[in-house]
Design a binder for this molecule. Structure first.
Ligand code: SF4
Ligand code: SF4
Length: 110
């Protein structure tokens, strides 16, 4: 871990370096558009599933990058795979493929 010249209380420390990045590594190979996301939030604003349940696609991107697999697994199950977010994304992220690839990667890790 990097030394920033100050200490964080141990009980408040979240060490993301120790989290599991294997899902992200899988996606870099199978759906590389994941890397082009700029977290603009357009997908979240238009998401069909988000109209019915508490579902935030930007949160999916964040959990993925942090390697927080358990909450990521719960979050992606909410997607209806309608593909509306693909039409709106300014960066060409194929969210539907991304969600499917996340589920595949998580299943492989079991
Ligand atoms: S619309 Fe595209 S670029 Fe914007 S947050 Fe969603 S996936 Fe990322
Ligand atoms: S494919 Fe999933 S994430 Fe994209 S708009 Fe549809 S329900 Fe939302």
């Amino acid at each position: 871990m990097k030394e920033f010249g100050y200490k964080v209380h141990k009980e408040r420390l979240i060490d993301y370096d120790k989290n599991d990045k294997r899902v992200l590594e899988h996606l870099k190979k199978h759906e590389p558009s994941v890397l082009t996301c700029i977290a603009c939030g357009s997908c979240t604003a238009t998401c069909s599933a988000g109209q019915f349940v508490d579902f935030n696609i930007r949160l999916v991107q964040t959990l993925l990058r942090r390697g927080e697999i358990e909450p990521l697994k719960k979050e992606v199950q909410k997607c209806m795979l309608c593909g509306k977010c693909i039409l709106i994304c300014p960066r060409g992220v194929n969210m539907r493929n991304l969600i499917l690839a996340i589920q595949t990667a998580i299943d492989k890790l079991k």
